[in-house]
Ligand binder design. Structure first.
Ligand code: HEC
Ligand code: HEC
Length: 338
């Protein structure tokens, strides 16, 4: 079963903007030249540059359970900021408490993703946002009814007009506002980043050794690359008893059977359980999986091989992964308009 497989047709021109309004950060030359540090610019489509009004509106919509059929589930129910923008569950709980087949990924740094979802079926955040609202198994809300209801809330009428003057309350403006908010959810400075910027004491010796393994003997870097630790690619890493076709359902090429999008490792300490099916509860279990070169070897990615790590090396890798936890972002829950 797939969630909200809605193929939108928004034409998006990806451009780069300085997030002066939203993030108000000075662009630091060192940060922008180190591939392991998050660029201060966040990409956004030309027709949806973020403004304070758009982000404010999008944040309200993200936290508003009235976007669901039950009026009980918001985006934040599953993408909960208190839990690393995920839900702490092996797989998500949807409309009517239905247990879904895939885990809730974080929305952290999704602004930088080339493709969205575990199987990459959506391109942009705008296209993605309309999926879960209408999916029966997620928020189960009729779009036409929702747009009518929003238009009856004077606070929203005013906010939409400020954010998208003259464009009205439509599917497009709804999606654009939510996406604008999501683009502000980016990783914050972690001990690893402080180490990259020259503070030798920011991380433990174990974490430093772990990073060396990550780039060397353990070869994690072949898939988890750059500041966001991903490659915008899909791989079958040999999870046990996985019956989900993953990317293959979208692109039926044999190597993609059971392949899923490489997820970010930023704030990874906060988003257990791990993997598209929530197979592992801890980072130690994840490292053990890789040390074994995966479990199910059918259609395994060629870069998955047993690693022969000793207990110290496994612990070092975990210490490194934990050094990617950023400073807690200050999130205020908005009061919703009525
Ligand atoms: C019932 C729980 C649930 C709700 C509610 C929900 N999501 Fe999700 N979200 C998921 C799951 C599960 C996935 C992965 C599904 C898949 O890959 O097939 C996902 C995937 C995503 C992704 C892709 C992330 C990535 O790295 O590929 C984004 C972005 C996202 N959701 C945003 C939203 C927004 C915006 C809303 C509200 C309009 C929302 N979600 C509502 C559970 C939920
Ligand atoms: C062949 C590519 C590849 C290699 C090599 C690789 N990974 Fe992954 N990694 C992935 C993919 C793809 C997933 C998601 C798989 C799934 O859910 O089916 C993943 C998932 C993870 C997760 C869970 C993320 C989450 O949010 O659930 C962690 C942690 C992780 N990898 C760490 C590592 C470490 C540490 C190494 C090196 C020992 C490594 N990976 C090597 C591709 C790879």
């Amino acid at each position: 079963m797939q969630l909200g497989n809605r193929s939108g047709t928004l034409v998006l021109l990806v451009s780069v903007f300085t997030t002066a309004v939203v993030l108000s950060m000075a662009v630091d030359a060192k940060t922008d030249s180190d591939p392991y540090l998050r660029p201060h610019t966040v990409p956004a489509p030309a027709d949806n540059k973020p403004t304070n009004e758009r982000v404010t509106l999008g944040k309200m919509l993200f936290f508003d359970p009235r976007l669901s059929g039950s009026k009980w589930i918001s985006c934040a129910t599953c993408h909960n900021p208190a839990m690393g923008w995920s839900d702490g569950l092996p797989t998500a709980l949807g409309d009517g408490m239905k247990v879904l087949e895939r885990s809730t990924p974080t929305i952290l740094n999704t602004a930088y993703n080339k493709l969205q979802m575990w199987d990459g079926r959506f391109r942009s955040l705008e296209e993605q946002a309309l999926g879960p609202i209408q999916a029966d198994v997620e928020m189960h809300k009729d779009m036409k009814a929702l747009l009518k209801e929003l238009a009856k809330i004077p606070g929203y009428v005013e906010l939409f007009e400020k954010a998208y003057p003259g464009e009205g309350i439509t599917e497009k403006t709804l999606a654009k506002a939510i996406a604008s908010f999501e683009r502000t959810v980016v990783s914050t400075e972690s001990p690893f980043d402080r180490w990259r910027m020259g503070d030798g004491k920011a991380v433990s010796v174990a974490a430093k050794r772990g990073f060396e393994l990550f780039e060397g003997k353990a070869n994690c870097v072949v898939c988890h690359q750059g500041f966001n630790f991903l490659d915008d690619g899909f791989h079958n890493i040999g999870l046990k008893d996985n019956k989900d076709d993953g990317r293959f359902a979208k692109v039926p090429v044999k190597v993609l059977k059971g392949a899923f999008k490489t997820p970010t490792l930023r704030d990874i300490e906060l988003t257990a359980p791990y993997m598209h099916n929530g197979a592992y509860k801890t980072l130690d279990e994840v490292v053990e999986h890789y040390n074994n070169g995966g479990q199910d070897k059918a259609n395994l990615d060629p870069n998955m091989e047993p690693l022969n790590l000793n207990p110290q090396e496994k612990a070092d890798l975990v210490a490194f992964l934990k050094s990617l936890t950023g400073k807690p972002a200050e999130i205020t829950i908005p009061r919703l308009p009525n």
